[in-house]
Design a protein around this ligand. Sequence first.
Ligand SMILES: *[C@@H]1O[C@H](CO)[C@@H](O)[C@H](O)[C@H]1NC(C)=O
Ligand SMILES: *[C@@H]1O[C@H](CO)[C@@H](O)[C@H](O)[C@H]1NC(C)=O
Ligand SMILES: *[C@@H]1O[C@H](CO)[C@@H](O)[C@H](O)[C@H]1NC(C)=O
Ligand SMILES: *[C@@H]1O[C@H](CO)[C@@H](O)[C@H](O)[C@H]1NC(C)=O
Length: 654
Amino acid sequence: MQNEIMSSLFASWLAITLLYFFLSSFTLSASNASAFNSSRREVITVRRGVVAADDGRCSRIGRDVLREGGHAVDASVAGALCLGVVSPASSGIGGGAFMLVRLASGTVQAFDMRESAPIKASENMYTGNATLKFSGALSVAVPGELAGLHQAWKLYGRLPWKRLVKPAERLARKGFKISRYLHMQMVKTELGIMSDEGLRNLFTSRGALMEPGHLCRNQKLAKTLQEISEHGVEAFYNGSVGLNLVKDVQKAGGILTMEDLRRYQVKLREPISADILGLKVLGMPPPSSGGAAMILILNILAQYGFPLGVSGSLGIHREIEALKHAFAVRMALDDPNFVSVKKVVSDMLSPKFAAELKKTIFDNMTFGPNHYGGRWNLIQDHGTSHISIVDSQRNAVSMTSTVNSYFGAQFLSPSTGIVLNNEMDDFSIPGANSSAGNAPPARANFIRPFKRPLSSMTPTIVLKGEHLKAVVGASGGSMIIAGTTEVFLNHFARNMDPFSSVMAPRYYHELIPNILFYENWTTVTGDHFEVPAEMRAALQKKGHILQGLAGGTICQFVVQELETSSKFGELVGVSDPRKGGYPAGWRQWGRPQASSPSSEESIRDFRHSHQVSDDVVLELIPMDWRPEPGPKETMVPLLRICTAGIAFAFSQFA
Ligand SMILES: *[C@@H]1O[C@H](CO)[C@@H](O)[C@H](O)[C@H]1NC(C)=O
Ligand SMILES: *[C@@H]1O[C@H](CO)[C@@H](O)[C@H](O)[C@H]1NC(C)=O
Ligand SMILES: *[C@@H]1O[C@H](CO)[C@@H](O)[C@H](O)[C@H]1NC(C)=O
Ligand SMILES: *[C@@H]1O[C@H](CO)[C@@H](O)[C@H](O)[C@H]1NC(C)=O
């Protein structure tokens, strides 16, 4: 780490020197030269508003909504619907979500739009064939995302509903390019895709999976979105889309009914909150375990003091131990409408409770699961997406959405084009141990009609005093809690900049199995993330059983750099490079204009680069280029210098 900091300091000095040396013909605005976070498109610094999704196309669609005067909630509607089209393995209107909203006025609200068990579901419905719980029509729970988006929009939206649905509809109709990450998800789910008529028709051509960059059109989904744009969510929950969807699910052996859709309810919940590090951390309450678990971990670690207490390998060891405790405690949580969780939640938020747990953490060693009281086994979700949004008034949205596994139930409703969730798999069932471990199932999480299964999703908003400080969250199943907490700690406790906080290699532990997973991942975009060998050795010495993991969480992080003079600071937006996404924002007031999907390729075509010497390249990249002609101000050029493989960017030079 130390070396990295030194070399990046050196490189930035070198880059600035080179910049002035080679570019005396350009006039450079000195105030902006400091914003050279990195040359990478995954981080931007803007003034007005930012959308950090895990797919750049959806960040842009959300950004355009903000630029037209939309509320952060408007952008979340357009962004989430876009993600459901271009990234259907991760989320969509066939799934569910949690949305945390913090208004500039100070109001905070948590929208629970998680899927619920159908009326005909029962505790023993999978007895005899537990595989039906994981995939296929019987694993489908009642979708909630669309109902939740609409409810939030009814409360806070400023742009017409139709305007927010159209970009997704257009992408579905005209086609979208298959991203490298989606392709990876397709490869991992190939068997399921091949054996489902709907998915097969959408994602294969001449009997083989489509390749990255291929154009994929989902005409049925376009039609569905058109219905929804014209008739609102009634079309889905009490209209033609719903009727077709239910017919498809039942035909495939599912138990979903129109009554399930009609009776689906979005729940407005009180967010949980805690004061840590002089900040207020707002999190998602149950049925998510994420918010309470994150706060418990932070409360335990706060006892050691920041930043020293969480630095180096000892700091990581303590973080893992705190994580193991949080996993043991969270197993008693569930849908608060079915199980009393008050006591557990108040324990998890209590610094006193954290102090008791801290006493059982040893700096020299780790322990088996029993030490932490882990008695129940829980199950997990991987097809997930997180979006962080801040608008020009500093309204903020932190939203995590999911279809549970990759492509959910691995079932696409042929008549509506909707990929359906397999959220029933997040319930526990009597007698069956999950493949991940060997503890008995959690009783609190057994199936009941209308019940929502426990989740790990951790949409989070951070305040400093009355001001918005950060928006963060991640995808990646049960690892979400570790991923989100690590990024938070990296920035707020370990003082890393927002981009480095996301880039740092991650550590995961789920208590059961008793394995410390460390990141060792070369992503689809070619980045390599790996925990250093000396760190691994130090952790091994404390008794941790280590295993490399080529996967993990994808984290979108927005930080507002507050200035004393104003409550409107610069916004640094980061989309995790691990999934290939990038954020979008805007710097000044510009004329509104129509949005349109853009392609990476066309951006690349517009890039000018100049090889100055063997190891120095100057590049001009139009960051905000869009395929249609538009006003000049949308062309925000970026100057980038690559030297010895390290690149720095300077945007907004005059
Ligand atoms: C369970 O259901 C799956 C999917 O329908 C089927 O392929 C499998 O044979 C069933 N297994 C048993 C033990 O009935
Ligand atoms: C569903 O639609 C019917 C009319 O088609 C209406 O009478 C009924 O109130 C609606 N139900 C709900 C729950 O919106
Ligand atoms: C760790 O320290 C405790 C006392 O503080 C001691 O009892 C224990 O044996 C030590 N463990 C190892 C693995 O050295
Ligand atoms: C599940 O795990 C528990 C605890 O290890 C064990 O006692 C039980 O036999 C297991 N059940 C099944 C069905 O494998």
